[in-house]
Design a protein around this ligand. Sequence first.
Ligand code: C5P
Length: 221
Amino acid sequence: MSMNIAIDGPAGAGKSTIAKKLAKELGFIYVDTGAMYRAMAYYFLTNGIASSDEAKIAEACQDVDVTIAYENNEQQVILNGKNVNGFIRTEEVGNMASATSVYPVVRTKLVELQRKLAESTDVIMDGRDIGTCVLPKAQVKIYLTAGSKTRAQRRYDELTAKGVSCDFDEIEKDIIDRDYRDMHRETSPLKQAEDAVLVDSSEMDIDEVVEAIRSIYEEKK
Ligand code: C5P
């Protein structure tokens, strides 16, 4: 049976950085499920579909083919045959992903793909509903969080390092709004699974978090 590590938590808690690093150390495949919701959102945006138009979204879900591939160990999301990794990291796509991930039709499609990926491979999968819904039998479940100010600061630093001008308060507001939507939607809301271990990274650096999760894994495997 494959070994599955589920990492859930709010936006900007460091899930992907940590999961990527740990996957490399353990020789696991890293699966970024947020990127799949972003790819769907990118499709809706580029096809002029409003986030409120559930009927059009349901229709579009039938036409959209999302798969993932790996290039130099990096996950690539392939949308209808095209690699969209270079287009899905914007705030616009992130907000659209949060708005459209509320629809069961979107979630069902992606959850199926995620389960298939974890079936026969050792994976570290991160998202919002991995421990609660996608992989309820994951051997290790982590709920990774940090205060909203810390998460906004990390995002702000990341964007300014890339030369993108941005406003701290706006980023923090976006994060708070996104968390609220993710935590209060009807289908698979973001919440800590009963058997997940809580890790608060507010006062920890990346290596400390990787180490903490690694030791939880060593204990449980
Ligand atoms: O993690 P990331 O910021 O890339 O995710 C974008 C959005 O996709 C989240 O705000 C959330 O609404 C949605 N998502 C989800 N379930 C997941 C992963 C992401 O609903 N497993």
